[in-house]
Design a protein around this ligand. Structure first.
Ligand SMILES: C[S@@+](CC[C@H](N)C(=O)[O-])C[C@H]1O[C@@H](n2cnc3c(N)ncnc32)[C@H](O)[C@@H]1O
Length: 267
């Protein structure tokens, strides 16, 4: 397909600023995000071989372990260099979550681990989730990631940035509006509350919706240690990981995680 219409801030960020192929291995909280995303998804994935559509799959970091686990993965992403990198892992093509060029009911699993937080307009997010609903088979799984509404507050306190007025104003604006405009730092992004994410999946027709805190309540400790120039001790990493697992039964702790991961079923 031709290149999808993408907000210029999102295009620039993924084309020129960040290297998605190493984001989940370069930092301790990235490694935590990868490990927890894997362990949560593996609880819900059907047994391999099954067909997974990885929408906004980036450079194919999740596709890689899914292929290794025995799944057939097709990946779509609107960024050319992501598609080129992902094509070394699985079948990959340019595409947009809001208009999937896939047949109805053609996948066992559709995952959107990224697109929802780059679509600040609720109508676009709903369109992306309805497209997922259309292409997943009856009884199939959808998994959708979001960035938590409060993640930037925890992140910037860990980075010791909050004493500057510019950052205070910027974070206060994200907390108030749920949107970062993408003019500085991170790109254009929408920040979800857990209940809001669950409701968006239900509105798109999914049932049995559950939301998990990916990194749990203590991830920002890892960031704080890295910011001070040290590698977090393995014992600290394991404690933060254990906290994420122990927090799962307590929905009030979802607010402290960096990412949220919702799963649901197509009726
Ligand atoms: C933070 S990356 C996540 C990549 C990968 N899914 C992961 O979890 O590591 C967000 C991804 O969403 C993609 N994306 C942004 N807008 C999108 C859209 N409208 N449709 C599909 N993907 C989109 C970006 O190109 C990027 O690859």
């Amino acid at each position: 397909m031709s290149r999808p219409e993408l907000a210029p801030e999102v295009d620039r960020f993924y084309t020129q600023v960040i290297d998605e192929s190493v984001r989940l291995s370069m930092s301790a909280d990235g490694r935590l995000e990868l490990l927890r995303t894997q362990e949560i998804l593996r609880r819900f994935l059907p047994a391999p071989p099954a067909h997974v559509l990885d929408v906004g799959g980036g450079a194919g970091v999740h596709a890689q372990w899914l292929v290794k686990d025995g799944y057939h993965v097709d990946l779509i992403d609107p960024i050319v260099r992501h598609v080129e990198l992902a094509a070394t892992v699985c079948s990959a093509a340019l595409g947009d979550a809001r208009a999937l060029e896939k047949a109805d009911a053609s996948y066992d699993v559709v995952q959107l681990l990224g697109p929802l937080y780059h679509l600040p307009d609720p109508a676009d997010r709903q369109q992306a989730l309805r497209e997922a609903r259309r292409v997943v088979r009856r009884g199939g799984l959808v998994a959708a990631a979001a960035i938590n509404r409060y993640a930037s507050l925890f992140e910037h306190v860990a980075l010791a940035h909050l004493q500057t007025e510019r950052l205070q104003l910027s974070i206060a604006s994200i907390l108030r509006t749920a949107v970062h405009d993408g003019k500085r730092g991170f790109t254009l992004a929408y920040f979800h509350r857990a209940e809001e994410l669950a409701n968006e999946l239900r509105d798109a027709g999914f049932i049995d919706v559950r939301v998990f805190g990916v990194e749990g309540p203590a991830w920002s400790l890892l960031k704080a240690v890295e910011q001070s120039g040290s590698e977090p001790r393995e014992e600290l990493f394991q404690s933060v990981l254990t906290a994420a697992r122990m927090a799962e039964p307590y929905p009030e702790l979802l607010a402290a995680s960096s990412h949220l991961l919702a799963v649901g079923k197509a009726p």
